[in-house]
Design a binder for this molecule. Structure first.
Ligand SMILES: NC(=O)c1ccc[n+]([C@@H]2O[C@H](COP(=O)([O-])OP(=O)(O)OC[C@H]3O[C@@H](n4cnc5c(N)ncnc54)[C@H](O)[C@@H]3O)[C@@H](O)[C@H]2O)c1
Length: 342
């Protein structure tokens, strides 16, 4: 079991990476504990929640909506949840984003926590306090920043996760190595096949390392004005690919990271050798490095990205493996550079 903690102002979130987290439910000493869980996670692991009050929702991103929030509020009312109740989200990023938002707004806010059940959730979505829902096709348009009491990353739950979901989460782990931790990156190069076979100790190591990086960056930049932008490595283009292709988040980010890596070499900061190492790792783990989406369509979608400010865009590039930086680039220059790469 590895213990981490995230400190924001006077609030501490305890983050655990380990096994058998359902046995910890007894520790939640609240008058009423309500669990929000999706049908997939419940199907595989719900037997352990037999005598608990659960709100079971369909799986999938569609549920991250205001309509569903209303549905969950009503279920909580029926269960007589009050301000002393506790909402526990058990699931991937969809469930934890939704649970955090519901808990932050129900009766002006009740306490909440997560048992994170996907690799993407454990290394990214459950950490940092961003909670919210989508609106009219725009992701995470409505939301709040509020920290959970705890995040328990349960390695046992990953045993039932689809391979494609695991690989999608792995893409974010590659990102952490690329932007911040060369040692982690080298571990991934040597052990990716072990990790993708769900070896528990390899998973425990990469989740702990990734979560620590996210904690460190979030703590240093709560208002998201500086360092936190580094977490967007591969995301500006990746979001456009995700929107246009319907690929899983991490799959699209892998394509975004490949383009950002090539751009880093083109603009002079990253050696060809390091760029090849990164792209080789992405490919070796089974992630695509290219897309057949046309350049114009990709560029138009990128322009709508919320990170754009005026005629410039903040793009995350690499200097070395383990070292990223924010590069402000004019839209014209970006268009030319990307067109050359595409
Ligand atoms: N809040 C943040 O900072 C942040 C960061 C990144 C992503 N996100 C959000 O996270 C979401 C994506 O997260 P995700 O990839 O975990 O998606 P998800 O929660 O939709 O889970 C993916 C699929 O895996 C299934 N699943 C989950 N755990 C399982 C398990 N243990 N065994 C078997 N199946 C399981 C789910 O039912 C679902 O079908 C998006 O909504 C995204 O916007 C949030």
């Amino acid at each position: 079991m590895n213990k981490l903690s995230l400190h924001i102002e006077d609030h501490e979130t305890s983050i655990l990476v380990g096994r058998d987290m359902f046995t910890r439910l007894e520790q939640i000493k609240k008058r009423k504990l309500i669990i929000l869980i999706d049908e997939n996670v419940y199907k595989f692991h719900g037997a352990k929640l037999a005598d608990r009050e659960c709100i079971i929702i369909p799986q999938g991103e569609k549920q991250k909506s205001l309509t569903y929030v209303e549905h969950i509020f009503r279920e909580m009312l029926k269960m007589e949840a009050d301000r002393t109740s506790f909402l526990l989200g058990i699931g991937g990023g969809m469930v934890t984003d939704l649970a955090g938002f519901v808990a932050s707004t129900y009766m002006r806010g009740i306490d909440f926590g997560f048992i994170s059940s996907t690799l993407l959730g454990q290394v990214d979505a459950s950490i940092g306090g961003k909670n919210g829902v989508n609106l009219d096709g725009y992701k995470n348009m409505i939301g709040v920043i509020r920290q959970p009491e705890f995040v328990w990353c349960d390695l046992d739950l990953l045993s039932t996760l689809d391979h494609s979901e695991l690989v999608s989460g792995f893409s974010e782990v590659i990102k952490y190595g690329a932007i911040r931790n060369k040692e982690l990156f080298e571990f991934l190069e040597e052990n990716y096949s072990l990790i993708l076979r769900k070896d528990p100790s390899a998973l425990e190591y990469i989740i702990t390392q990734s979560a620590s990086i996210k904690i460190d960056i979030v703590q240093n930049d709560v208002s998201e004005m500086g360092e936190r932008k580094l977490l967007n490595f591969g995301h500006t283009l990746g979001h456009a690919v995700e929107k246009l292709s319907g690929m899983l988040h991490g799959e699209a980010i892998a394509i975004g990271m490949t383009l950002a890596t090539r751009l880093s070499t083109k603009l002079g900061s990253l050696s060809v050798h390091d760029a090849s190492r990164l792209i080789n790792l992405i490919e070796a783990s089974g992630l695509a490095i290219d897309t057949n989406i046309g350049f114009d369509e990709l560029y138009e979608t990128l322009l709508k990205d919320k990170k754009r400010s005026g005629e410039n865009i903040s793009f995350i590039l690499l200097r070395n493996i383990g070292e990223a930086y924010i590069h402000k680039i004019s839209l014209d220059s970006l268009k030319t550079a990307l067109n050359d790469l595409h």
